[in-house]
Design a binder for this molecule. Structure first.
Ligand code: C2E
Ligand code: MG
Ligand code: MG
Length: 604
């Protein structure tokens, strides 16, 4: 009987399983969606293949990595079918158009887990994990590690290259030299160390941005000059190196060094500035000059040092003698350091003689070092080293104070000339030191003259000029020493109103031997006369030289002819016994000479 109660019971019987099924379906849907979300949100491409080789699951990344269309996944298809359509495998798995395909399929068919990092499609790098399943199928995970690899490569490149020029750095140079010089292998290599002359000036005066741009241009020029198989590296601020391997003749190396110097020295136009920079080169050849990196690098550096000492802008091959002289320099440097504390410096004075009429105008203070082992060392032998070691600043201050104090004992208006070094122009100290030396000694400023050289004008001209003007305001005079030995001597005369020019002694020496020297002297005296600058000739040793200079219009002379530099205690006696030097009688003027300002003596 169909009672309401029985109807109710039947409905319940019918609906219970339906609900359970519906619940199950919902649960499964949720789980499937969760799985799908998880798969789609993983950074890797993943797929699952069943025991019959059918692709059962895969995510969008998987299709994307294999460059397959979004609808490529079809449950009926086998894994191989799907891969067959992937351009990554060259379109046809069987043909194995890609070289890595064979290796990959060996992994797929194997029943053991594997992890391989494979280069795919020229520029993509994949890490593939192959995980066989207990049911017979497998799971394949593809991880695109291209960026990671690129970052690794970048880091490796940075460790071995210079960031500014992208040239190999010192570490890579060393590695290449070590590869080129395996132990006992007589095959050699050539190492050239290249250093820019006065690069610091560019940085200091034009700023680091232009300095950096200049280094990049230098790097490009060096690279252009390289022969096949050679390598150029940047090994320090303004230091470069060229490495050439085996079979190069010495004269070829010399030719390359010359080419490099020439190319680097060509002017650069950078942001509206015309920049000229020189370069020096030191060369060491393996295995003769060293059969391993450290020795070869040290010897190339020594040769570079020699090239710089020889006046820059040139190259030098390493010679054993350089090592000995470097050791001697080191010993000298050590003793020089100690000399300040031990008060081993003294001054001697050389007269500056007025020529028309002859009388002593003043004395040049010349530094001497009384060394317990070496005896009296002349300035020429240690001042350059003291400059290099930075010791010339305290030594120079002592010279100034001592010379001023000593000059106060000489009769008026005899003056004292003091030599300055470039290092004394760095910072603001020099003007204060000069002012205080004058104040403390009581010497009138017009009795002090400061001698500078042309090389100082090369180094940071603006700063040097500003210091010179401030010194001039104090009342001291300024002389240009060793005139004619620099790059553009005449141009310096337009930059500052020098009180005196001292013609370098090489011209005086040349009077009798080189007609050009005599011509230069005549030209300089002429310029001095028209600019109102006093002209002094240095290094006068003979009466003939003096005659010539006197007739050429030189105002003043200095040299052994009058006196060698003398200790301070001898100056009073020297002045007391001073007698003018007799000049040769004036020759009769020829007609052609008659119109000129000077009369030429016999130069033969
Ligand atoms: P300088 O200023 O051109 O000085 C002249 C040099 O020539 C001196 O050498 C002097 O002894 C030498 N001399 C003078 N007359 C003759 C001559 O007739 N024939 C020859 N052959 N030589 C002559 P010294 O004393 O060895 O000085 C060399 C250089 O050292 C100086 O050249 C100067 O640039 C530098 N110097 C000397 N004293 C000082 C100093 O106190 N401070 C600095 N910064 N440099 C100094
Ligand atoms: Mg001098
Ligand atoms: Mg001089």
């Amino acid at each position: 009987m169909n009672t309401p109660y029985s109807r109710l019971t039947r409905t319940r019987e019918l609906t219970e399983p339906t609900r359970a099924r519906k619940h199950l379906v919902r649960e499964l849907t949720v789980q499937r969606d969760q799985l799908k979300a998880a798969l789609e949100n993983m950074p890797q491409g993943i797929c699952m293949v069943d025991e019959r080789g059918h692709l059962t699951v895969c995510n969008a990344h998987f299709l994307h990595m294999l460059q397959l269309p979004d609808d490529a996944f079809d449950k009926g298809k086998t894994f191989i079918d799907v891969l067959s359509h992937s351009p990554v495998f060259g379109g046809h798995v069987e043909r194995q158009a890609r070289p890595y395909a064979t290796e990959y399929f060996e992994i797929v068919w194997s029943r053991s887990p594997a992890n391989v990092q494979q280069l795919w499609f020229d520029d993509r790098v994949m890490s593939i994990t192959h995980q066989p399943l207990a049911t017979g199928g497998f799971i394949e995970t593809f991880d695109d590690i291209t960026e990671l690899r690129q970052a690794d490569a970048r880091i490796a490149h940075m460790a071995m290259h210079d960031a500014l020029t992208d040239l190999p750095n010192r570490a890579l140079l060393r590695q290449r030299i070590e590869e080129a010089l395996p132990h006992g292998d007589p095959a050699g290599c050539v190492l050239l160390y290249i250093d820019l002359d006065r690069f610091k000036n560019v940085n200091d005066t034009l700023g680091h941005a232009i300095g950096d741009a200049l280094l990049q241009r230098v790097a490009a020029r060096l690279t252009q000059q390289l022969p096949n198989g050679a390598m150029v590296a940047r090994i320090g601020g303004d230091e470069f190196a060229v490495l050439m391997r085996d079979g190069i003749e010495r004269d070829q190396v010399a030719m390359l060094a010359e080419q490099l110097i020439c190319s680097v020295s060509d002017p650069y136009a950078l942001e509206g500035h015309d920049i000229v920079i020189g370069t020096s080169v030191g060369i060491a050849i393996a295995p003769e000059d060293g059969d391993e990196w450290a020795a070869l690098a040290k010897h190339a550096d020594l040769a570079l040092y020699e090239a710089k000492s020889a006046g820059r802008g040139c190259y030098r091959f390493f010679e054993v003698e350089m090592e000995r002289s470097m050791q001697a320099q080191r010993a000298l440097a050590l003793e020089l350091h100690q000399a300040i504390g031990r008060h081993e410096f003294e001054l001697c004075y050389q007269p500056l003689v007025n020529l028309h009429p002859q009388r002593v105008n003043g004395f040049e203070a010349l530094l001497r070092w009384r060394n317990p082992k070496r005896g009296i060392v002349a300035a020429g032998e240690f001042v350059p080293l003291a400059e290099e070691l930075g010791l010339i600043v305290p030594i120079g201050e002592w010279v100034l104070r001592h010379a001023c104090w000593r000059a106060t004992r000489w009769p008026e208006p005899i003056r004292v000339s003091v030599n300055l070094s470039t290092a004394q122009f760095h910072g603001n100290g020099l003007v204060d030191v000069v002012a205080s030396a004058l104040r403390e000694s009581g010497l009138a400023p017009h009795r002090l003259e400061l001698e500078i050289t042309e090389s100082m004008m090369l180094d940071n001209t603006e700063a040097v000029l500003s210091v010179l003007h401030r010194l001039r305001r104090i009342g001291v005079s300024i002389a240009m020493d060793d005139f004619g030995t620099g790059y553009s001597s005449l141009s310096y005369l337009t930059m500052f109103p020098f009180d005196r020019i001292k013609i370098d002694q090489s011209f005086t020496r040349g009077i009798n031997e080189r007609p050009e020297a005599a011509a230069v002297i005549r030209a300089v005296t002429g310029i001095c006369a028209s600019l109102g600058i006093v002209c002094t000739a240095e290094g006068v040793e003979t009466g003939t030289q003096l005659d010539f200079l006197s007739r050429a219009g030189c105002d003043e002379a200095q040299g052994y002819l009058f006196s060698r530099p003398r200790p301070e205690q001898e100056i009073a006696r020297f002045l007391a016994s001073w007698k003018p030097h007799e000049l040769c009688p004036v020759p009769v003027l020829s007609e052609t000479d008659a119109g000129s300002r000077t009369v030429q003596g016999d130069l033969s």
